[in-house]
Write a protein that binds this ligand. Sequence first.
Ligand SMILES: *[C@@H]1O[C@H](CO)[C@@H](O)[C@H](O)[C@H]1NC(C)=O
Ligand SMILES: *[C@@H]1O[C@H](CO)[C@@H](O)[C@H](O)[C@H]1NC(C)=O
Ligand SMILES: *[C@@H]1O[C@H](CO)[C@@H](O)[C@H](O)[C@H]1NC(C)=O
Ligand SMILES: *[C@@H]1O[C@H](CO)[C@@H](O)[C@H](O)[C@H]1NC(C)=O
Length: 508
Amino acid sequence: MMFLKFQYIAVLTILQCIARAAVITDYLIGKQLLNKRESYTAQDYAVSTLPSLDGIPTEQIPQMFAGYVDIDQSIDEKYFFFRFNKTQASNNNRLIFWYNGGPGCSSMDGALLESGPLFVNQEGKLEYKKGTWLETGDLVYVDQPAGTGFSETEQPDSELNKIADDMLTFFEKYFALFPEDLGKEIYLGGESYAGQYIPYFGARILTQAADKYNLKGLIMINGYIYPDVQNLSIFDYALDNKLITDAQYNSRKVQQMIAACNTTIAQTQEEYASIFKTMEQTGEYESTDGSDSNKVEDDDCSSILEALLDMTLDKSAPTDQQCLNQYDFSLRDSYPACGMNWPVEEPALNTFLNEQSVYADLHLDGSQKWTECADAPYNALVNHNSYPAFFKLPYILSKVKIMLMVGENDLVCNIYGMQDMVNKLTWGSKSTPGYSNGVNWGDLTIADNSTVFGQAKYEDGLWLAKIAGASHMVPYDHAVASRAAIDLFFDDYSLDGTTYVAKSYGDN
Ligand SMILES: *[C@@H]1O[C@H](CO)[C@@H](O)[C@H](O)[C@H]1NC(C)=O
Ligand SMILES: *[C@@H]1O[C@H](CO)[C@@H](O)[C@H](O)[C@H]1NC(C)=O
Ligand SMILES: *[C@@H]1O[C@H](CO)[C@@H](O)[C@H](O)[C@H]1NC(C)=O
Ligand SMILES: *[C@@H]1O[C@H](CO)[C@@H](O)[C@H](O)[C@H]1NC(C)=O
């Protein structure tokens, strides 16, 4: 997993130079494919087979569609999507788009390790994913922004605003292929840095295409929505979970970092909020301050995670256990990877997706090798004119509902940070920030299983759910619980006292 990555810019540049020579011939082939693509229909995207798919019981094999749509031919920009629906009649009318984070990490993680119906195990074989969200909606996984996963471009996007434009273009192309999906309730979901993408997409649809798409809600799992505030929470969260000692927490260095980050937040919050108000009033989403700083994450909060991970270094442990796994604090990893070698299925997924036969099955031309997290879109996204997605939430919540789901073992986008963020958010009919007094947590269970999977609370369109023992990638290790949480969001639950009882699909 590479949610926040180390840089390999120099190496990448050299590799790109070498790759250029080979591009010329591929380019011609690509152009021919591209002209053909103009006339494609849904059937041209049908996926009829995948290696080891026959190991799955026939009734659990989903219907699949995958391939490219063009976004901007002038820069050879195309998006790859992977769509799943049930083979037997669907019992709902929902369509969920899914985005992984990074920036630059592929949504094939979501499709083949998390909420999707198929799971690539460590042997590289497909299994049916217990707890898949396919039971509660049709699913479309999109590799974006271009340069991510299988999606290609000659010019990666530099602003979240542009990425939102591209998603609107993707929607136009996608729904032209699957017009029957236009009648469905649309949800946007995903995780981590998608906490930036999803509110940008949601706000863009609501302001520019509300009449076209029946957008019903946004689902963000361990979303990176207000980076400063969430980074600030890391030391407190680590202390309360005994990842660092009182002495470490109280050290001068740590206290100075906390104070500096806190000051930055106080300084920027008012400024950003007023910029966003203006943007919403004018419908103009580019800022005009002209400075070349990254507005989404620019400041004194940036060294907190690294400092924390350094503190957890245990040189006496075996090499692969010396650091904390920042995505699940109950696990360890080597240093300085600290979680980058996780999930353990990642190498097998990489091999699987780069098999020639899989390229063919997914209607790919093999022109871009799959990597979990790509550097080019990460490095390109400088966000000089885009602000943290947090400031879009009040507007979005005035139109549609939002679910914030948090795996409680995640350190990087931990539950404290999410709560701190909500405590700064004023939404709905309230005039003070945060959930009102008296809005309490209720336990989350499932109809035929009384296990308490976590807790949830709700007020005025905003759900907050925390999933016990789950990592940064909740549906990877707690898929059943993650599906129960989104069924709360879909109103598919009953109340037993203060306990939320989600629907059962018999695969708990
Ligand atoms: C699955 O999706 C395809 C493409 O939209 C559609 O033709 C088919 O009817 C769907 N299957 C079910 C069971 O809804
Ligand atoms: C951050 O500053 C605010 C005042 O702006 C204060 O109330 C709060 O306690 C501070 N938090 C930390 C973690 O220092
Ligand atoms: C939060 O921490 C990460 C990891 O160190 C860093 O890359 C990012 O810039 C930080 N965000 C902010 C707003 O400082
Ligand atoms: C209930 O869920 C827990 C946690 O996922 C699981 O360990 C247990 O086997 C489930 N029990 C039943 C009866 O399905």
